[in-house]
Design a protein around this ligand. Structure first.
Ligand code: BTN
Length: 259
């Protein structure tokens, strides 16, 4: 039998951050950690992490749902309230994917790739989803919430998924510590956030190196619109540059797949 309850102290012991997760809020159950952090305006501290053991109405990108398995996954959101700009917002989205990928690689030596904008994949299988949401005043984001759901110890997945899911356990071959992976992600996220401020180009470059699809022929579905072309690169803001029959186009949102 493996222990299933999340032990905050075990996570804390591995946490090396100055501001990410120093204010740590743990709920046994919430509808969505993102919704909770967006609506509870009494929480203002930059770097606050809100985690739920059981997230019962998880939200994904493009109005999808995020299904998580109590005790076998981690679902949490990070609140950012300082030094925010609209431009930074998109780079933060990419940075979050990088932090998760780096953490899984550090602890379990798995080859982790990113699919624009921020799906975290092991080969073709999705191990983590990220949803960044914000509240802005004019152009300036006041409250940015970075929501992260990682499949950690699920032995298998049932149901129908947009991208086939996997868990760290399935890829690594044994049950792993949720506390350890959460601490690692928070440590890595703080490191990459320092780069977002000091050297955003290095964040974009790290993202390019982990990208699965740059240089490939892709299809993008954004609502009822479809685009086809070659995924040329990401621009300074982290948006996707597509070269198609009608020339170069910048893509701000959507689902990318190989053509
Ligand atoms: C996606 O792949 O579409 C994004 C999924 C994001 C899921 C996380 S789990 C924690 C946070 N709270 C939510 O309701 N969603 C995000």
């Amino acid at each position: 039998m493996f222990k299933s309850n999340f032990v905050i102290e075990e996570m804390d012991i591995k946490l090396k951050t100055d501001f990410i997760g120093t204010n740590f809020i743990y709920y046994e159950e919430v509808e969505s950690t993102n919704t909770e952090l967006l609506k509870d305006l009494s929480i203002t501290e930059h770097g606050t992490v809100l985690m739920a053991n059981n997230q019962v109405k998880g939200r994904g990108r493009l109005n999808r749902t995020w299904i998580s398995d109590k005790d076998n996954s981690i679902t949490f959101s990070i609140l950012l309230t300082e030094n925010l700009t609209a431009k930074k917002l998109n780079i933060i989205t990419l940075a979050a994917g990088l932090a998760v990928a780096q953490s899984i690689e550090n602890l379990y030596q798995l080859d982790v790739r990113l699919k624009w904008p921020n799906d975290v994949l092991i080969e073709t299988r999705k191990v983590c989803g990220i949803l960044v949401e914000s509240v802005s005043r004019g152009d300036i984001p006041e409250r940015v919430v970075v929501g992260i759901g990682v499949n950690v110890n699920q032995p298998m997945f049932e149901g129908h998924y947009n991208i086939p899911p996997t868990s760290i356990r399935k890829e690594f071959g044994s049950v792993v510590s949720r506390e350890r992976i959460l601490a690692e992600i928070l440590n890595e996220f703080e490191e990459v956030m320092k780069k977002v401020d000091k050297n955003p180009e290095s964040v974009l470059e790290s993202w390019r190196q982990r990208s699965k699809l740059i240089g490939e022929k892709i299809k993008i579905v954004d609502g009822d619109k479809e685009y086809f072309g070659v995924f040329e690169d990401i621009d300074d803001n982290g948006f996707l540059i597509l070269s198609g029959r009608d020339g170069i186009k910048t893509i701000y949102n959507g689902d990318v797949s190989l053509r």
